[in-house]
Design a protein around this ligand. Structure first.
Ligand code: P6P
Length: 337
């Protein structure tokens, strides 16, 4: 009999011993992400019925106030994490400051902090383009038992113990790493179960897709302009193909499957770039590196950056290893002129 694909639950149990802190709490944390992803997926897929379910601020046909989907997603992920009594603090793109989480015993004995972008690219929902949730997990650095502090969140990406994303696309996938490679799970909505569909995902070392919003070309640094022109040259295995969905998770997920580079650089309009270091760049960088790819700010490794602010932005070059190296070469050459 052909063996069916492993479920996410079975995978977590099997890999339990891979987790550096095999107390089972990280497994429970991933399980809470799994539950929240299913709940958000259901709502995101209904978003197309907005005329029936009501726009944000209106009441739906049941007379319930309709929430913005990213606000709703934030609450779902927060609640499932709090209910599992695993995290001592959560930082979210949706909240100005981090949230301190106490256990039911009123103590601060939980070991992990989670940083999350609950629904990245949510403006794409109105045009039926896929969106995603991005999460990053650290072990707290301040003493267990004391309330979590900003220091617990401002850790370099290299200290992450887990990271991943959910992509709400033509199918819904959960892709994550705990530092032992990257695995992708696809949701069977009929039974609400994630199945291991993409074991040991790897970024191809090279690719021919470059993803960048060329509408901002005139505002880009010279090194980025030079790299884009390099991609468009009729030489060797070029010109490359330009593919840009405008949804970070979708662009990077496609590039990981096919090979490619995603760039959101600084520009005169966004002097530090647009993407957030802590809950967009670091988790995607962890995934990229674990899949054999590379993630840079154009000059150095994203996961080496020591954060200074919760919502700080950084330029982001992420994808196939050799493509990121080539882009960095153009950035360095231009900066030396
Ligand atoms: P722009 C979505 O708002 C997002 O944060 C990423 O998901 C996406 O890659 C990027 O911004 C798109 O930004 O400026 O090109 O529309």
């Amino acid at each position: 009999m052909k063996e069916r694909n492993k479920t996410l639950g079975e995978f977590i149990i099997e890999k339990q011993e891979d987790f550096k802190y095999s107390s089972g709490e990280l497994s429970r944390l991933i399980n809470s992400i799994r539950l929240a992803a299913k709940v958000v997926n259901y709502k995101v897929n209904k978003a197309g019925l907005v005329d029936i379910i009501g726009k944000f601020g209106e009441q739906n046909i049941q007379g319930e106030d309709q929430q913005k989907l990213d606000v709703y997603a934030n609450e779902v992920f927060m609640q499932t994490l709090v209910n599992r009594e695993i995290v001592c603090g959560i930082a979210s793109e949706e909240n100005d400051d981090f949230i301190t989480i106490q256990g039911n015993d009123g103590l601060h004995n939980n070991k992990y902090v989670v940083l999350i972008d609950p629904l990245d690219g949510s403006s794409n929902i109105d045009v039926n383009v896929s969106v995603g949730t991005i999460f990053s997990v650290y072990r707290r650095v301040t003493p267990i038992g004391s309330p979590v502090t900003l220091e617990d969140f401002l850790q370099p990406g290299d200290h992450q113990v887990a990271a991943g994303y959910v992509i709400y696309g033509t199918s819904t996938m959960l892709v994550y790493t705990t530092g032992n490679g990257v695995n992708g799970f696809t949701l069977n909505p009929a039974i609400g179960t994630f199945y291991l569909s993409h074991p040991n995902l790897k970024f191809p070392k090279d690719g021919n897709i470059y993803s960048i919003n060329e509408g901002n070309y005139v505002h880009f640094p010279q090194g980025v302009k030079d790299y884009i022109k390099y991609c468009q040259l009729e030489e060797e295995d070029r010109p490359y193909t330009s593919r840009y969905i405008g949804s970070l998770v979708s662009d990077i997920h496609r590039n990981m499957i096919k090979g490619g580079i995603y760039i959101y650089p600084t520009s005169s309009k966004a002097p530090n770039g647009k993407l957030r270091l802590l809950y967009e760049c670091n988790p995607m960088a962890f995934i990229a590196e674990q899949a054999g790819g590379k993630a840079s700010d154009g000059f150095g490794r994203i996961m080496d950056i020591v954060p200074t602010e919760l919502h700080q932005r950084v330029p982001f070059f992420c994808g196939s290893y050799n493509m990121v190296v080539k882009a960095e070469e153009f950035m360095t050459k231009a900066s030396e002129k």
